[in-house]
Design a protein around this ligand. Structure first.
Ligand SMILES: CC(C)(COP(=O)(O)OP(=O)(O)OC[C@H]1O[C@@H](n2cnc3c(N)ncnc32)[C@H](O)[C@@H]1OP(=O)(O)O)[C@@H](O)C(=O)NCCC(=O)NCCS
Length: 210
């Protein structure tokens, strides 16, 4: 089991966040659009960032019962994080969450980072099932969860009290054997991505396919 996460993917480094990341974290968490479906309020101050880092200082990647936000870095800059919580009472199940700075979106970085974290959980931490919940209006999250290969397993109606309203939630999940069967990589190559998008567009416009 890897206690300390430090992993490199094609374009990214996944690593523990430190106090040096306070301005980057505070900046992307302070964007109201980023916070809309998340637990924090804006503005997200430098103090909030440091409190979060202090809470996570002794938390190991994969440690049951606690959330750990793993930083996503590219070009020496923190651009987002992947949150992981391995369940305390069922240590082989994990929940994930994710945030990417707006100016880093649209390039497949969240797919790449989430894929790498999920691979670590399944292979090194022998997790059996990974799930994620999101507001049904959170289109980019829905797209990410489907792109990564997770299955929509539930649509809960007015199940979560969130920022002053009852909200509807989707729950997505994938099992270890399904992940292994799909053999997903952390990120399709750009050529594969373009071909995949064209294929899906063709299917939608011609009605071709299953
Ligand atoms: C959810 C979130 C992380 C998704 O970010 P994202 O940038 O859409 O996801 P990715 O980084 O994987 O990028 C995918 C986009 O890059 C494009 N892309 C380009 N090259 C790509 C590649 N090689 N592989 C995959 N996608 C690629 C995709 O087409 C897609 O663009 P599109 O949305 O225009 O179709 C982001 O929207 C976010 O931080 N939201 C706010 C926080 C939040 O709500 N979190 C979830 C709480 S449940």
């Amino acid at each position: 089991m890897t206690a300390e996460i430090r992993a490199a993917t094609e374009h990214l480094v996944l690593r523990r966040m430190t106090n040096d990341d306070d301005d980057a974290l505070a900046a992307y968490r302070s964007d109201p659009a980023q916070a809309r479906y998340q637990s924090w309020e804006t503005p997200y101050t430098l103090d909030c960032a440091r409190v979060l880092f202090a809470q996570m200082r002794n938390v190991r990647f994969g440690q049951p019962g606690v959330w750990l936000q793993t930083g996503i870095e590219t070009g020496g800059r923190l651009i987002g994080d992947i949150a992981v919580r391995v369940e305390g009472d069922q240590a082989r199940q994990a929940t994930v969450g994710f945030t990417l700075a707006v100016d880093a979106q649209g390039r497949g970085f969240a797919t790449e980072a989430l894929g790498a974290v999920m691979s670590l959980l399944f292979t090194e931490h022998e997790v059996h099932r990974i799930s994620a919940a999101c507001d049904t209006r959170n289109d980019r999250s829905v797209a990410l969860l489907e792109r990564i290969g997770m299955r929509r397993e539930a649509h809960h109606h007015k199940s979560a009290w969130w920022k002053g309203e009852w909200t509807n939630e989707y729950v997505y999940a994938i099992l270890a054997e399904e992940w292994a069967d799909k053999k997903p990589r952390s990120r399709p190559t750009t050529a594969e991505h373009i071909l995949g998008s064209l294929g899906r567009l063709l299917q939608r416009t011609t009605g071709a396919g299953p």
